[in-house]
Design a protein around this ligand. Structure first.
Ligand SMILES: Cc1cc2nc3c(=O)[nH]c(=O)nc-3n(C[C@H](O)[C@H](O)[C@H](O)COP(=O)(O)O)c2cc1C
Length: 388
């Protein structure tokens, strides 16, 4: 069998990956008290670790103000750092590399998550109207109109990311990924539809990109630019974002990220948000001339399309989301073209071991049913898939 381009090494920042099948960041809403990764998280991640493989751990709030969903983990308390350390130790024990995705949801929150019950913050006081928010009790309610950040509050936001990166490295992560995709705070600043500011953080492409670039620069100063990546979703419209000229915006962003010299860019190719099943917009190719470092693409790939995409040079690695949830041994299965376990949307968010640590690897018997360690509401939350 000719060797697949997915299974050739890739230099990514300071790391040498053994293959190009990346685990995409995947929110699972199973964190415990204090938004600490739960007791099953080390198992979940280590099941998916491979020698020289890259895992990007789920979006993790850098500040309590950055939370927008129940039971998502944080990286702003000592308990959270200790919880994540167990995860990174377990992944490292299997020879894997693991980055943490740094998250602030901005307006995609609700006052019930905010310390003191204040309004969530955003670039501009524009509410999300096409989706609903969660509360910490897993109720779905209308999004509120957020409060526009004052200019003098911006350094505090950058500090939160800086501290998140510091904590991530203290927790043993090999790197961090700045989450600038999927309708959250940094993308709210980037896109013209959610940012109507008239100060130096709004208006022109340069101004709208400023916060992302300042956050990225700050984070590189914590652990080194060779272990920072940035996730972008140029054509995303979920979370009521959307830009009137994505090529102009993202060609500028990629040019500036090249100057900052981050380890990789990670782009979601779908127009309709994460977890989509549609066609990738052809415009993504228009951005290629602006990025010459490792490029990870994600969104709707299977083994065949991943292989073709890497072979054609359109990406250096492919991140898999849903298939990695359902196939702990995904790289092995892709390597030998084995069939994939189907994923079960009902267990994507919330709950315990079911749909988390009990998907079988090839040639392994499914583990005996394990009583869930966590007992919060495991309602059918598949609709949320579109918003993360
Ligand atoms: C359950 C679930 C949770 C997700 N959580 C995140 C997340 O925390 N951060 C993020 O950037 N994208 C998130 N996404 C998007 C995925 O990383 C990925 O881009 C998307 O699922 C498309 O890839 P796929 O077709 O291989 O699933 C999530 C998607 C799903 C299905």
């Amino acid at each position: 069998m000719p060797s697949s381009p997915l299974f050739t090494p890739l230099a990514l920042g300071r790391y040498k990956l053994a293959h190009r099948v990346v685990m995409a960041p995947l929110t699972r809403m199973r964190a415990g008290v204090g938004n600490v990764p739960n007791v099953l998280a080390p198992d979940y991640y280590s099941q998916r670790a491979t020698p020289g493989g890259l895992i990007i751990a789920e979006a993790t709030q850098v500040t309590p103000y950055g939370q927008g969903y129940p039971s998502t983990p944080g990286i702003h308390s000592a308990e959270q750092v200790a919880g994540w350390k167990k995860v990174t130790d377990a992944v490292h024990a299997r020879g894997g590399t693991i980055f943490l995705q740094l998250w602030h949801v901005g307006r995609a929150s609700h006052s019930s998550f905010q310390p003191g019950g204040v309004l969530p913050v955003a670039p501009s006081a524009i509410a999300i109207t096409s989706q609903k928010s969660f509360t910490p009790e897993w109720k779905q309610v209308l999004y509120e109109t957020p409060r526009a950040l004052e200019l003098n509050e911006i350094p505090g936001i950058i500090d939160a990311y800086r501290q998140g990166a510091r904590n991530a490295f203290a927790a043993g992560f090999d790197g961090v990924e700045v989450h600038a995709a999927n309708g959250y705070l940094l993308e709210q600043f980037l896109h013209s539809s959610s940012n109507t500011r008239t100060d130096s953080y709004g208006g022109s492409v340069e101004n709208r990109a400023r916060l992302l670039l300042e956050v990225t620069q700050a984070v590189t100063e914590i652990g080194g630019k060779d272990r920072v990546g940035v996730r972008l979703s140029p054509f995303n419209v979920y979370g009521d974002v959307g830009d009137d000229d994505p090529i102009a915006l993202y060609s500028y962003v990629l040019t500036r990220l090249t100057e900052i010299d981050v380890a990789y860019a990670h782009m979601i190719v779908g127009r309709e948000g994460p977890g989509f099943d549609g066609e990738s917009p052809p415009e993504i190719d228009a951005l290629h001339p602006f990025w010459h470092k490792p490029l990870i693409l994600a969104g709707g790939f299977n083994g065949e399309t991943a292989e073709e995409t890497v072979k054609s040079g359109r990406a250096d690695a492919i991140a898999f989301g849903r298939y990695f949830i359902a196939n702990p041994d995904l790289p092995h299965r892709l390597k030998i073209s084995a069939p994939l376990n189907p994923y079960d949307r009902k267990t994507f968010y919330g709950g315990g071991a079911a749909g988390y640590t009990d998907y079988p690897a090839l040639e392994a018997k499914p583990p005996a049913h394990r009583r869930d360690a966590i007992t919060h509401n495991n309602t059918n939350l598949f609709l949320l898939e579109s918003s993360l």
